[in-house]
Design a protein around this ligand. Structure first.
Ligand SMILES: [Zn+2]
Length: 290
């Protein structure tokens, strides 16, 4: 073996080792510098593994926000709690009544506050052990912050939850966790398997409390909303963003809906009721929503 080749190889290996080392060593600093739009605070008891998953999910969402040209005006704070009790306590600190905090702590895995750029994540076994769970909850909640900063108040409730759901489905596909078509097939299966479902018109309520109540009663309202948006936009998240841009320009939610999707929401509700009725007739096989 030629001596020069050997030494060149050693040099190369050393260089690679050095590059890997300096990359790893500089990672926390680089993240802090890039994250002017978001900061994460962890309860001291949050496991290291959860933190790694949260950081990775935030990086992915940062890429998506750049790709979709969605600059956020107000930096977001994400508070990651160790357990449900701490989550409940934080909700109270943020103005929830005792009862509302308890109810919310039972029924949610994370929450994005409507009136300030703050997200709380509930520490659960799933959150602390499954990368998938972090990538499901965090992108959803971050997208609520996008909505808050782009005029979410004026939209029908189903859209308030459908857009973050589609966003997290796309995020999980980008992370290599699950293909969007599989997520949608599972979603369709949940709607198929539900004992009863509300009408699409009910999901169009402007009153968020009505929607939440349906959710707590076990109706698959998040799943239905996701399928509804997918019927309109497919995996084309640009169309969804266009809707928010129109709202941001001051257009009413009804007008923006017609401008983009070519029918009033009331017609769309009728179409969707027919779609859900058909979906529930036969067990979905290769579920590719239309
Ligand atoms: Zn939500």
């Amino acid at each position: 073996m030629d001596f020069r080749t050997v030494s060149a190889r050693i040099c190369l290996l050393l260089l690679i080792a050095l590059a890997v080392f300096s990359l790893t060593a500089s990672l926390p600093l680089a993240q802090a510098a890039e994250r002017s739009w978001l900061r994460v605070q962890y309860d001291p008891d949050v496991p290291a593994q959860t933190r790694v998953h949260v950081e990775a999910a935030v990086d992915l969402v940062a890429d998506m926000l750049t790709e979709y040209k969605l600059p956020l005006r107000n930096p977001i704070t994400v508070l990651v709690t160790a357990d449900a009790a701490t989550y409940e306590k934080l909700l109270i600190q943020y103005g929830y009544t005792l009862e509302k905090a308890r109810q919310t702590a039972q029924s949610t895995s994370g929450i994005s506050l409507w009136n300030r750029p703050v997200i709380l994540l509930k520490g659960t076994t799933a959150l602390h052990t499954r990368r998938e769970e972090v990538f499901r909850v965090l992108p959803h909640e971050i997208f609520h912050q996008v909505q808050s900063q782009f005029g979410r108040q004026t939209t029908a409730t189903w859209m308030v939850e459908a857009a973050p759901e589609l966003f997290q489905v796309i995020a999980r596909e980008k992370a290599g966790l699950e293909e969007a078509k599989n997520s949608l097939a599972k979603t369709a299966m949940r709607v198929f398997a539900a004992k009863e479902i509300p009408s699409a018109q009910q999901l169009m309520t402007p009153n968020y409390a009505d929607f939440s109540a349906l959710s707590r009663q076990g109706y698959p309202v998040y799943q239905m909303s996701l399928l509804m948006l997918h019927q309109l936009a497919g995996n084309d998240f640009e169309a969804v963003l266009q809707y928010y841009r129109l709202l941001n320009q001051g257009m009413s939610a009804d007008k923006a809906f017609v401008a983009l999707f070519r029918r009033p929401q009331a017609y769309f509700a009728t179409e969707m009721d027919q779609y859900f009725a058909k979906l529930r007739e036969n067990r979905p096989k290769t579920m590719q929503p239309l």
